[in-house]
Design a binder for this molecule. Structure first.
Ligand code: GLY
Length: 419
């Protein structure tokens, strides 16, 4: 394990200084891209499962409805998302062709109406289809992303002002429920407003984000994973967890989604309350890290615990901290978050990536999908790999433009920088 103290970095408010990055980012990028290339050759047009088994990705298992390796569930887009990052880093024509083939499959999925009962259409169609449109001009991918945005809009419950996260809209267990992760699905709707000129998508984003900020961000700056509203009256009911240690604990990945999602919403909308919410999520996250800077899967655990780490939460948080630094209004605050993001990525590079002789096709080791259900504990995962490569890309590719950003950032007085 590395001995980098991210909490100390987070209190370093030096501004304007160069940010030295421990570790070898060029070597880390080369290793990550080599793994993406190997996996693309191995998987072809099929999809790996969400998490590894003993650090190797099996194909997505068959179900009653879907063949082995089919495009189903919420995580498949992280795979072409990684390929697009590798294309941007290297210009690799084979990976570009592979990512475009996945975009065609995502278009097929949305037009066929396959497995769309989820708010995660944002993750799914931003990384597969918006990327194919903005990086390769694929018009069918643009249409697919708009179809996905339209489907996501059907999940908005006007009484509660939220997009329902999971399940069929008539499912009594899920009706009126949203989750902090939903913030990362908002960029698809923002993109749809920009692309079509139709303000309805952005209006729904604005209403949803206010509700998440008001009810899922607690007074102590931690977050509920999920929250229920009465779907008829719209009354807020209660917070509850799904993947955290308890209803009142703070699930590490949820807090990381909060950092990144609120920071992105500030970039898009200029909303200062969302900037403050991102800072509150970040400060709580950074204050609840163990000494090596990579969180346990729930922030209730601290140094000395034998609970598993969630490296994917650190990868998301690293991107979120760098995003937050880039939209921050104050140079000292920006430097503090940038430093923390860089240190967190360095901790991942140093202590959570496979060694040269290790049998792994994950980019990042030691993540947790869902500890209460015993799913993907201490394994690699597709979203951990994606955000790890995104963080590396942010810090090594000058002028990189994020798929999560609107094409026209809100004029909020910041420089829209590339951290
Ligand atoms: N968005 C689901 C998860 O983070 O596990």
């Amino acid at each position: 394990m590395p001995s980098i103290d991210v909490r100390a970095a987070a209190t370093d408010s030096s501004s304007g200084a160069a940010h030295p990055v421990p570790g070898d980012l060029a070597g880390a990028v080369a290793a990550a891209v080599a793994t993406v290339r190997r996996n693309a050759a191995a998987f072809g047009t099929r999809y790996p499962d969400s998490t590894t088994r003993e650090n190797l990705y099996p194909l997505r298992p068959a179900t009653a409805e879907f063949a082995e390796g089919a495009n189903r569930d919420w995580t498949t887009s992280f795979w072409p998302g990684m390929q697009w990052l590798a294309v941007e880093l290297t210009g690799d024509a084979d990976l570009r062709a592979s990512a475009l083939a996945h975009a065609a499959d995502f278009a097929r999925r949305v037009h066929a109406g396959e497995d769309l009962d989820t708010h995660d259409l944002g993750f799914l169609y931003t990384l597969s289809s918006v990327n194919a449109w903005r990086l390769a001009g694929d018009a069918a991918a643009r249409d697919a992303a708009l179809a996905a945005a339209d489907h996501l809009m059907t999940r908005f419950l006007p009484s509660a002002g939220i997009i329902q996260a999971w399940g069929d809209l008539s499912d009594p267990a899920q009706r009126g429920r949203t989750i902090v992760d939903s913030l990362m699905n908002m960029p698809l709707l923002t993109w749809a407003t920009e692309t079509t000129g139709d303000a309805r998508y952005a209006d729904v984003v604005a209403r949803h984000v206010v509700q998440v900020r008001t009810h899922l961000l607690r007074d102590d700056d931690s977050t509920f994973h999920t929250f229920y509203w009465d779907p008829e009256s719209g009354q807020p009911l209660r917070g509850a967890t799904e993947q955290g240690a308890g209803d009142d604990s703070c699930w590490a990945r949820g807090q990381a989604w909060g950092i990144y999602g609120f920071a992105l919403h500030h970039r898009t909308s200029g909303d200062v309350d969302s900037l403050r919410a991102a800072e509150r999520c970040a400060d709580y996250f950074l204050a609840h890290l163990p000494t090596d800077g990579v969180p346990f899967w729930d922030l209730v655990y601290t140094d000395g615990s034998d609970a598993p780490r969630d490296s994917s939460a650190a990868a998301i948080a690293a991107c979120g901290l760098l995003e937050l630094a880039s939209v921050s209004h104050d140079a000292g605050t920006a430097a503090r978050y940038e430093s923390a993001g860089r240190e967190m990525l360095a901790a991942l590079v140093a202590g959570y990536t496979p060694g040269p002789d290790q049998a792994s096709d994950a980019l990042l080791l030691h993540a947790v999908y869902d500890a209460p259900k015993g799913k993907g504990v201490d394994e690699g995962c597709l979203w951990g790999d994606y955000y790890y490569l995104e963080a590396l890309t942010r810090l090594t590719l000058p002028g990189w433009v994020s798929p999560w950003w609107p094409a026209t950032p809100a004029d909020d007085g910041t420089d829209g920088g590339n951290a």
